[in-house]
Write a protein that binds this ligand. Structure first.
Ligand SMILES: NC(=O)c1ccc[n+]([C@@H]2O[C@H](COP(=O)([O-])OP(=O)(O)OC[C@H]3O[C@@H](n4cnc5c(N)ncnc54)[C@H](OP(=O)(O)O)[C@@H]3O)[C@@H](O)[C@H]2O)c1
Length: 305
């Protein structure tokens, strides 16, 4: 049986991956207490001890605003650690699956971003993630970088859970309506990752006719585009439909502009990713983004946290 080393098991994507990966391989899952990504020696010894066939790095420094002042830690986790992981993966001949972000772009493009578009990050987090991507490409091993955006899940901290909490506490909400993207569930990311894992493992069987996934960057997103305001409105509409107790009513959510909600880190206005390459390469039809919202609300309604 093949072995997968998962880094960042407690994150949104890490938790979702742990639900699906055991069907495909023996899973060795680590968190920061067992493999701290600010410690290159610990990363190397963890990988060398596990001797995995695949490494999935779901760990990252994701506190986008905090990163503006905590640049050193952010760079260690998002730029230096991926370089070390990629080098170790190459030495072992293991496939590295890593996650990148829409924040590598400045958001000024009209239309959706393809894998060919040139990054130009506008904040520290985006810059650190871009450097991590570059390091993986430069290491020259087998790699798949899945570029995702606007990730949410029933676990962890995210916009969707914050909106549902605020909607239960407040009578009015104001939400930014001039940043565009596709809200992506961690479960969708895990499903696509598992498909790639499965294809890779099949391709490694003796005399296999399955073609190995091609190294490179692949955008991963559901279909459809909305703003944070549209996302919040859909969350509240779904919550109402599913009988969640909220204080705010749908007509009390107000759209505002980014300049009326200043944050330490600048955000790109356009985070929309074209998924043509992923669809073509892996025969995947992305679900509508609202499907994931419906599932999330159902999960939270059953198991509030
Ligand atoms: N969240 C988004 O909207 C978004 C958007 C675009 C791209 N992405 C990318 O998608 C991937 C998964 O993101 P996510 O949303 O699942 O992130 P997340 O929920 O914030 O999880 C990140 C995980 O990384 C771990 N981590 C942080 N510093 C670490 C360190 N020094 N050593 C070891 N582990 C460390 C965290 O550990 P603790 O649990 O102990 O803090 C956490 O479990 C990341 O590559 C991220 O950059 C996310």
């Amino acid at each position: 049986m093949k072995r997968i080393l998962l880094l960042g098991k407690n994150g949104q994507v890490g938790v979702a991956l742990q639900k699906v990966l055991p069907s495909y391989a023996a899973l060795i899952s680590q968190d920061r207490t067992t493999c701290d990504l600010t410690e290159p020696d610990q990363i190397r010894s963890t990988i060398r001890a596990a001797k995995p066939d695949l490494i999935i790095n779901a760990a990252a420094y994701t506190a986008v605003d905090q990163a503006e002042t905590d640049t050193i830690t952010c760079t260690k986790v998002n730029a230096i650690a991926p370089a070390v992981i990629a080098e170790e993966a190459r030495l072992l001949g293991a496939l590295l699956i890593h996650y990148s972000t829409d924040y590598v772009f400045d958001g000024s493009k009209t239309g959706c971003y393809s894998e060919e578009d040139l990054p130009n990050p506008v904040n520290v987090y985006g810059r650190s993630k871009f450097e991590g991507d570059q390091a993986i490409l430069a290491a020259g091993g087998i790699h798949i970088i899945l570029r995702v955006a606007w990730v949410y899940s029933a676990t962890g901290r995210n916009f969707a859970k914050t909106i549902l909490r605020l909607a239960a506490e407040r009578d009015d909400l104001k939400v930014v309506n001039d940043q565009w993207g596709s809200p992506t569930s961690a479960d969708q990311i895990a499903t696509v990752t598992a498909g790639i894992v499965s294809q890779y493992i099949a391709s490694r069987q003796p005399a296999s006719a399955t073609v190995a996934p091609r190294s490179g960057i692949y955008n991963l997103a559901p279909s459809g585009v909305t703003s944070w305001y549209g996302f919040a409105s859909e969350l509240i509409a779904q919550a109402n439909q599913q009988g969640m107790k909220l204080r705010v009513s749908s007509d009390r959510i107000a759209p505002i502009e980014s300049r009326d909600y200043p944050t330490p880190a600048r955000r790109p206005a356009n985070s929309v990713l074209s998924t043509e390459k992923l669809q073509r390469s892996f025969d995947i039809a992305p679900p509508d983004w609202r499907d994931g919202v419906k599932t999330l609300v159902a999960e939270i309604a059953v198991r509030p946290s």
